[in-house]
Design a binder for this molecule. Structure first.
Ligand code: PXG
Length: 481
């Protein structure tokens, strides 16, 4: 009997039934280098090495075109929270594509998945959130934040309150406003950034600035830099402060516990809006639906993307707290902002199914009560390795610092010279042994899928340990120690 091509069961065949496909890796790499400009990539360097071609994913693993299996410690790019190969999401997407693959939300029209998702997002988020604005990505979400924050103060009759304070080494996206909010010098150098009215303060990185202080003291000190900046600019000029609850792309910078409550106090004191960029921390990554809940803050706006669909289809947006939403709705009239794909029905259908999976499988609770604490315990034990100067974790993000020699305290460790690229050497050994881990300088970081079990954590940590051994042997052989 011929299978019905419209049968949702036909779109994603069970892995066992999939015939092994043979790929011509060299040909793909050649075409890739010839025509595909990759994000944040040196094209010459990529062409010389050839891109790794990913062809399949299932659970916490991905496979490349040579048939090698890799444990994906980065959940794609901090996003595949429910893991790869979820037929339920594929089915929901297929069904919505056949029902209504697109309609816009501009001219007094809406669509059912976008409405259902808005209600669900309100249900799972803290009580001050009752509205959502959709975008296609986290960067567009943060561009929306900039426009919304300035619109809010405009509506309050305070147009001069336009400055947004962010942090060095933050990552908020790659659009003009997203890259401006980001605190990355290498990004600002290209394109005349930041745009006017965006300034940066230091990051709450204990290892960087905490010598001689307890984490608690340092957390308060790092938060006080916000107050210093507000006073320097003039409180009547400052519109908002934005931060990732835990900085992701900057290298998994976990702030001391005193930091965020003090930031909240300072924002309240001066009446400035608090924006949490939840693009990485949202949807369970820190063992709470949103990272701000774990950090004990009440943001006015929350940017989301990534984990909202687990990367099955692009979607982003901003959860808008009552303080801002009331102003926009009561006094705002038309907000002249939006995207063709704001509230895309297929993306919203994917998000709905993804969030249902997170709920049904209790992934937030699992990370909070079981696998998160277990990952922390096992990952932090890697500090016993001679190359590891320090290691820390929060929920399902973790990082360790590679050092040349350990010292009396973490602050006395001897770092490698940055030009040696030890992090990249280590990342190479990880890849070669089937482990995906990201290097930010010499800090090695992970953000695994939330479905990871204790047994898989054991497997991952053992793999990381043996790759660290290989890195050590390699560095010794090259006389770099
Ligand atoms: N905010 C945060 C906190 C992010 O991590 C964005 C905004 C932008 O989202 P979009 O969807 O526009 O990419 C991000 C994205 C890395 C890396 O190297 C991290 C991101 C993107 C690309 C690379 O870790 N995060």
């Amino acid at each position: 009997m011929q299978s019905n091509p419209l049968d949702p069961a036909a779109i994603v065949a069970p892995a066992a039934a999939q015939k092994p496909v043979r790929y011509n890796t060299a040909a793909i790499q050649q075409l890739d280098a010839a025509h595909y400009l990759h994000p944040f990539t040196d094209p010459k360097d990529l062409a010389a090495r050839g891109a790794r071609v990913m062809v399949r994913g299932e659970g916490i693993y991905v496979w490349d075109s040579e048939g090698r299996r890799l444990l994906d410690g980065m959940a794609g790019l901090w996003c595949v929270n429910v893991g790869y190969g979820r037929k339920r999401i594929a089915d929901a997407v297929y069904a919505q594509m056949m029902q209504l693959h697109f309609y816009n939300s501009f001219f007094q029209t809406t669509n059912v998945p976008a409405v259902e998702l808005a209600a669900l997002l309100v249900e799972i988020s803290p009580p001050q959130f009752n509205h959502v604005f959709y975008t296609g990505s986290g960067s567009e979400g943060n561009d929306t934040v900039v426009r919304m924050v300035r619109r809010y103060w405009d509506l309050q009759g305070c147009k001069q309150r336009h400055v947004i304070i962010s942090r060095h080494n933050a990552y908020h996206g790659s659009t003009m406003a997203g890259a401006s909010l980001s605190g990355m010098a290498a990004m600002h150098e290209q394109g005349g950034l930041p745009i006017p009215g965006i300034v940066h303060i230091g990051q709450p990185y204990y290892l960087e600035g905490g010598k001689g202080k307890t984490p608690e003291q340092f957390g308060l000190e790092a938060a006080s830099w916000l107050e210093d900046k507000i006073l320097e600019i003039g409180p009547d000029q400052v519109a908002a402060f934005i931060g990732e609850p835990v900085q992701g792309a900057g290298g998994v910078i976990i702030p001391p516990p005193t930091y965020w409550p003090e930031i909240q106090r300072i924002c309240d004191k001066y009446g400035i809006l608090l924006v949490a960029d939840e693009v990485i921390c949202g949807f369970g990554r820190l063992g709470a639906w949103f990272g701000s809940e774990r950090m004990g803050i009440r943001p006015d706006l929350m940017t989301f993307a990534k984990g909202v669909t687990s990367g099955y289809i692009p979607l982003g947006g901003v959860l808008v707290g009552d303080r801002v939403a009331d102003a926009l709705i009561q006094d705002g009239g038309e907000f002249n902002h939006g995207f063709t794909y704001s509230g895309h029905p297929v993306a919203c259908a994917a998000a709905l199914e993804n969030i249902r999976i997170i709920r049904e499988e209790k992934l937030v609770e699992q990370v909070r009560d079981d696998t998160g604490p277990y990952l922390k315990q096992e990952f932090e034990a890697l500090v016993a390795h001679p190359l590891v100067g320090s290691a820390d974790a929060c929920g399902f993000v973790a990082g360790l610092n590679l050092v040349r020699a350990k010292g009396e305290t973490v602050f006395d460790a001897v770092p490698f010279a940055p030009e040696l690229g030890v992090g990249m050497i280590c990342r190479g050994h990880m890849f070669d042994n089937g482990m995906i881990m990201r290097a930010v300088g010499d800090r090695m970081i992970i953000a695994p899928p939330l479905i990871m079990t204790r047994a898989q954590i054991d497997e991952m940590v053992a793999l990381i340990g043996s790759c660290l051994d290989q890195t050590l042997a390699d560095l010794q052989a090259r006389n770099l120690l």
